[in-house]
Design a protein around this ligand. Structure first.
Ligand SMILES: Nc1ncnc2c1ncn2[C@@H]1O[C@H](COP(=O)(O)OP(=O)(O)OP(=O)(O)O)[C@@H](O)[C@H]1O
Ligand SMILES: Nc1nc2c(ncn2[C@@H]2O[C@H](COP(=O)(O)O)[C@@H](O)[C@H]2O)c(=O)[nH]1
Length: 382
C-alpha cells in the first residue's frame, strides 16, 4: 500500500485541475478535474498528512460525468459526498467510497490503495430477486413468464457470459456474449457484482445490469448459479434469494435432454454440477425460499407470491420524478446526518429558491456503485 506515492505539491495539484479537498482523519482527499490530455478525467489524490506523501489510488466504478466543478463534504470515515455543479440534483449526487467494506475488500485483492465511485439515488428501490437452481430445472421458463405477465414490474438482469450463443439467443437480451479477456478486465476494474466459472465458462452479473433495472423503478430478477448467489449474499446488495428444485433428478435429466441445447458431454457436466448445487440448496443462511418446479403453473404461482411480496412504493422518488428538481444545487453545511443544499446562484435567478435537506440516515446498500436510501425534503423559501 502506498507504493504508488508520487512527488508533487498541493500547488502543482491546484494548477492541474479544479479541485475539492476533503479532510478525513489523517488524510486529505483531493478530487479534481484533469485536462492533461485530450480526454479529461476526474483525478483523485490522497495526501498522507503525517508523512506528507501523496498516494494515487486505483479508482473503481463509473465516474460522474465531468462538470466544471463540484462541492464535497465527508459523510463519515467511509464516504465522501460530492455534488456536481451544473447538473440537475437527481443526477448530481455521488459518493466517493474511501473505506467501505467493498473498498477494503478490493484493497486486499489488489494490494494497492483503492477508492470507488458510487452514485447517490433518492429512495430505496425494489429489492432484487436472485433465482438459482440446477441447469434445466426451469428457471428461465419461470422468469420468462414473469417478465411477460408483468413487464412494468420486473426487469431481467442481463448477465455476461463467455459461452457461445444458442440458436435464437440474442446478444444484449439473453446475455451479453463476451470475450474472456474483456470480462476478466471488467471484473478486475470492479464492474461486476459477482462472477463464477460455471460449466466451463465465465458468467457474471455487472453492477450496471442490476442497477439499470432498479433505476427504472422495477424489481430486478437475477438468474445465477449457487456460487453467484453466495457472492451476492456477501455483497452490500439486499435481495430475496430463491432456489428452484426439480421434483426428481430423473426429471431434471429428462428436461435437460429434451431442451436439446447441449452436447452429451455438456449434459453430463451440467448433471454433475446439479448434484453439487442441490447439496448446497440447504446451506444455512443462503436461500430464503425453496420452490419445487413440478407442475409449472403451481411453481409459477408460488414464485409470483414471493416476488410480488414486499412491493414498496418509493415515495421519495416522486419528489424527483415530478420534475421539481431540475435545478442544480451545492453543499452548504452538514448537521449530524443531514446535509443542507442550496440552489446555485444562477438557479435562484431562475426561480429555484428552496433550501433542501439531504437525509443520509438510512443509506442502504444497492450493488456497489449505487448508494440508495437518500431522502430529500424542502425546508424553506427565501
Ligand atoms: N415444470 C416443468 N415441467 C416440465 N418441463 C419444464 C418445466 N419447467 C421447465 N420445463 C422445461 O425444461 C427445460 C429446461 O427449462 P429452462 O431452460 O427454463 O431451465 P433453466 O433452469 O433455465 O436452465 P439453465 O440453467 O441451463 O439455463 C425447457 O425445455 C422447459 O420448457
Ligand atoms: N454466477 C452466475 N451464474 C449465472 C449467470 N448467468 C447465468 N448463470 C447460471 O449459469 C448456468 C448456465 O446457464 P446457461 O444459460 O448456459 O444454461 C445457470 O445455472 C445460470 O443460472 C451469472 O451472471 N452469474
Amino acid at each position: 500500500m502506498g507504493e504508488e506515492a508520487v512527488e508533487f505539491s498541493v500547488e502543482k495539484v491546484a494548477e492541474d485541475c479544479k479541485q475539492s479537498t476533503v479532510d478525513v482523519g489523517d488524510r486529505t482527499y483531493v478530487i479534481g478535474r484533469s485536462d492533461d490530455d485530450s480526454k479529461s478525467s476526474i483525478i483523485i489524490k490522497i495526501l498522507e498528512k503525517l508523512t506528507q506523501t501523496w498516494v494515487v489510488p486505483t479508482v473503481l466504478g463509473t465516474q460522474p460525468t465531468l462538470t466544471e466543478s463540484q462541492s464535497a463534504i465527508p459523510v463519515n470515515d467511509e464516504k465522501i459526498l460530492i455534488i456536481e455543479k451544473g447538473v440537475p440534483l437527481n443526477e448530481s449526487i455521488w459518493f466517493l467510497e474511501i473505506d467501505t467494506p467493498f473498498v477494503k475488500q478490493q484493497r486486499k485483492i489488489k494490494g494497492t490503495e483503492v477508492v470507488s465511485w458510487s452514485k447517490g439515488v433518492i429512495g430505496v428501490g425494489q429489492k432484487p430477486v436472485v433465482i438459482s437452481g440446477p441447469s434445466g430445472v426451469g428457471k428461465g421458463t419461470l422468469i420468462a413468464k414473469l417478465m411477460k405477465d408483468y413487464p412494468s414490474k420486473f426487469g431481467f438482469s442481463v448477465s455476461h457470459t463467455t459461452r457461445s450463443p444458442r440458436e435464437k439467443e440474442i446478444d444484449g437480451v439473453h446475455y451479453h456474449f463476451t470475450e474472456r479477456s474483456k470480462i476478466e478486465k471488467d471484473i478486475s476494474e470492479g464492474k461486476f457484482l459477482e462472477f463464477a466459472h460455471v460449466h466451463g465458462n465465465i458468467y457474471g452479473t455487472s453492477i450496471e445490469a442490476v442497477e439499470s433495472v432498479t433505476d427504472e423503478g422495477k424489481r430486478c430478477i437475477l438468474d445465477i448459479d449457487v456460487q453467484g448467489a453466495r457472492s451476492v449474499r456477501a455483497s452490500s446488495l439486499e435481495a430475496i434469494f430463491i432456489f428452484v428444485c426439480p421434483p426428481s433428478f430423473e426429471e431434471l435429466e429428462k428436461r435437460l435432454r429434451a431442451r436439446g441445447t447441449e452436447t452429451e458431454e455438456q449434459i453430463q457436466k451440467r448433471l454433475r454440477n446439479a448434484r453439487a448445487e442441490l447439496d448446497q440448496s440447504n446451506s444455512p443462511g443462503l436461500f430464503d425460499h425453496l420452490l419445487v418446479n413440478d407442475d409449472l403453473e403451481t411453481c409459477y404461482e408460488n414464485l409470483k407470491l414471493l416476488s410480488l411480496d414486499d412491493d414498496q412504493e418509493d415515495s421519495d422518488d416522486l419528489f424527483i420524478k415530478d420534475g421539481k428538481q431540475t435545478a442544480s444545487f451545492c453543499i452548504v453545511s452538514k448537521h449530524d446526518s443531514e446535509i443542507l443544499l442550496q440552489p446555485e446562484p444562477n438557479e435562484a435567478k431562475n426561480g429555484a429558491t428552496s433550501l433542501l435537506a439531504l437525509d443520509l440516515s438510512s443509506l442502504s446498500g444497492g450493488a456497489p456503485g449505487r448508494t440508495r436510501g437518500l431522502k430529500i425534503r424542502s425546508i424553506n423559501s427565501f
